[in-house]
Design a protein around this ligand. Structure first.
Ligand code: ADP
Ligand code: MG
Length: 252
C-alpha cells in the first residue's frame, strides 16, 4: 500500500474472516543509529496504546502489534481511500467545504493526542488516511513521542523539511505541540491551494523562508481560512494557535 522512510505497508487478508487489513512492517535491522531504534520502539509502544486504551475515531485503528527480534508488525484497519497527499495530487486542491470538515477531523485527532501528552512530529498529508466513507484518520507515529510533562523541551529534528516549523529548522529546543500545529498549517495551506507555502531551490533557502515565516496566501482563500492559516503559521511558537483554540476558530 505504501512505503515511507521506515516501513513498508502491505495489504493483507484474514484467512478465515476475509477481513482486509493493512500491516506496516518496520525492519529494525535496517537501523544503525540508536535514535532510529528508539523511534521504532516509541512507535511500537504508541501503537500498542492505540490498539488498547487510546482509541479515537480520527486515529488509525490498530488491531494488534506483533514484534520479534528483527521486525515490528503493526496490524491496522485498511484505509481504502489512500492518503491525503494522493487525494490532493489528483484533485489539484480541496474545496473549502470539504477541507473544513477534513481539517476539523485532523484537529480533533491532534487535540486528542496532545491532551494525552503525545506529539506526532511528522504531520503531513502522506500520514493522513481516508476511509471508504471519506473520513480521515492520522497514522504513522514513527516520530511520535510521549512527553513526560506538558512543558518538556525536545531537541530531535524530525519530519519533512516542508512541514518543519521555524524552531525546528533553526535547531532551537522546542515544545512538542506547537511543532505539530505548524505542520497542520502547512497541510491546511496545501489543501486549499494545492501548493506548499514554503518552496525554494535548495534547503538553505527553504529553511531561511521558514525561519522568518515568509509566505503569501492567494486571494482565492476565504478571509476566515486565511486568518486560521496565519494563526497556525505563526513564527513565535508561544503565540501559535493550539488544537483546542483551532476547534473554536470561526472558520471551523
Ligand atoms: P512510514 O513511516 O514509512 O512513512 P507510514 O505508516 O506513513 O510509513 O505508511 C506509508 C504509506 O502507506 C502511507 O503514506 C499510506 O499511503 C500507506 N498506508 C499506511 N497505512 C495504511 C492503511 N492503514 N491503509 C491504507 N494505506 C496505508
Ligand atoms: Mg509516513
Amino acid at each position: 500500500l505504501g512505503k515511507g522512510n521506515f516501513g513498508k505497508v502491505y495489504l493483507a487478508e484474514h484467512r478465515t474472516t476475509k477481513e482486509k487489513v493493512a500491516i506496516k512492517v518496520v525492519d529494525k535491522r535496517a537501523f544503525q543509529k540508536s535514535d532510529q531504534i528508539q523511534h521504532a520502539e516509541s512507535e511500537q509502544s504508541l501503537c500498542e496504546a492505540f490498539a488498547t486504551r487510546m482509541k479515537h475515531k480520527h486515529i488509525v485503528d490498530v488491531h494488534e502489534v506483533i514484534a520479534d527480534d528483527h521486525s515490528i508488525y503493526i496490524v491496522m484497519e485498511y484505509m481504502q481511500g489512500g492518503d491525503l497527499f494522493e487525494q490532493i495530487r489528483q484533485s489539484a486542491y480541496i474545496a473549502e467545504p470539504v477541507a473544513r470538515r477534513w481539517f476539523r477531523e485532523i484537529m480533533e485527532a491532534v487535540h486528542f493526542i496532545h491532551s494525552h501528552g503525545i506529539v506526532h512530529r511528522d504531520l503531513k498529508p502522506e500520514n493522513v488516511l481516508i476511509d471508504k466513507r471519506q473520513h480521515l484518520r492520522l497514522c504513522d507515529f514513527g516520530f511520535g513521542k510521549k512527553v513526560a510533562m506538558q512543558q518538556q523541551v525536545l531537541k530531535t529534528y524530525c519530519g519533512s523539511p516542508f512541514y518543519a516549523s521555524p524552531e525546528m529548522v533553526t535547531a532551537t529546543p522546542y515544545k512538542g505541540p506547537p511543532v505539530d500545529m505548524w505542520s497542520c498549517g502547512v497541510i491546511l495551506y496545501l489543501m486549499l491551494t494545492g501548493t506548499l507555502p514554503f518552496q525554494a531551490s535548495n534547503m538553505g533557502q527553504l529553511f531561511r523562508k521558514i525561519s522568518v515565516a515568509q509566505y503569501t496566501i492567494p486571494r482565492s482563500v476565504s478571509p476566515d481560512a486565511s486568518n486560521l492559516i496565519h494563526r497556525l503559521l505563526c513564527k513565535n511558537s508561544r503565540e501559535r494557535i493550539t488544537a483546542i483554540q483551532c476547534l473554536q476558530h470561526p472558520w471551523l
